[in-house]
Design a protein around this ligand. Structure first.
Ligand SMILES: CSCCC(=O)C(=O)COP(=O)(O)O
Ligand SMILES: [Mg+2]
Length: 236
């Protein structure tokens, strides 16, 4: 039987949000806006610092190559976050969340469980998605945001660093992800793990970790509260 975590650390793509939203909405948005963004803002210090990490005589081509390969390169992820910012600000983008996610996050936060995000998406992008989500502004629920600047998601050391920075023993942290290799790495550092196997995303259960089809399923496995039942009671 699992113990109740003090901190729930969640992945985004395939865990809180549809893989299709990231691949078919967010990534094409950044690709379409890339040239105009570089022309307009390429010399700004923040953007220039990111571009200094992008090799090649044709940096736009390098970035497009990384995009096509879905490479989890920190420079690309930082740039995508900056490009998405305009779309989230003017309403062209809104952060997708599976409908079961926000009610559980609210219930867990209300019960005193700390919440944090660990995604390949930049911290800036994570805040955009949860701040402009389909369920409203969820940023106040989270006490930590981590991206690949702390380490790659398939390396155990990243999870040890997150635990140290978050101030919780690894054994008190539950990591949620759809990707088996990320869960393997987290378990190697002593975190509790649960694979989100969402049929809508076509995720395949790896069999090496506890698994749930949604966040209420996670709650049942790890003694976390379930959200209050809403709806009307039919008159008798
Ligand atoms: C707004 S977060 C964008 C997600 C993203 O860029 C990505 O690569 C997804 O990675 P994850 O680690 O969340 O699976
Ligand atoms: Mg994922």
């Amino acid at each position: 039987m699992s113990t109740r975590p003090a901190l729930v650390l969640t992945d985004i793509e395939g865990t809180t949000s549809a893989i299709a939203f990231v691949k078919d909405t967010l990534f094409p948005f950044a690709e379409a806006e890339l040239d105009a963004f570089l022309a307009a803002r390429g010399t700004e210090p923040e953007v220039a610092a990111i571009l200094a990490e992008v090799p090649g005589p044709d940096q736009a081509a390098t970035l497009r190559g990384w995009m096509a390969a879905d490479a989890k390169v920190t420079a690309l992820k930082s740039l995508q976050g900056l490009i998405w910012a305009a779309g989230f600000a003017d309403g062209r983008l809104r952060g997708h969340l599976w409908p079961d996610v926000a009610p559980c996050l609210r219930a867990w936060h209300a019960s005193g469980v700390a919440l944090a995000v660990y995604s390949s998406g930049s911290v800036g992008a994570q805040k955009l998605l949860f701040g402009h989500s389909e369920a409203g502004d969820l940023l106040p629920l989270f006490s930590g945001f981590f991206d690949t600047r702390i380490g790659a998601k398939r390396e155990a050391a990243a999870y040890a660093s997150i635990a140290a920075e978050a101030g919780h023993p690894p054994g008190d942290i539950l990591f949620l992800s759809d990707v088996a290799e990320e869960l393997d790495a987290a378990a190697s550092s002593g975190l509790m793990t649960c694979q989100l196997v969402r049929p809508q995303d076509g995720t395949v259960a790896c069999g090496r970790h506890r698994q749930a089809a949604d966040f209420p399923g996670v709650a049942r496995l790890f003694k976390l509260p379930l959200p209050p039942v809403t709806g009307t009671i039919a008159a008798g």
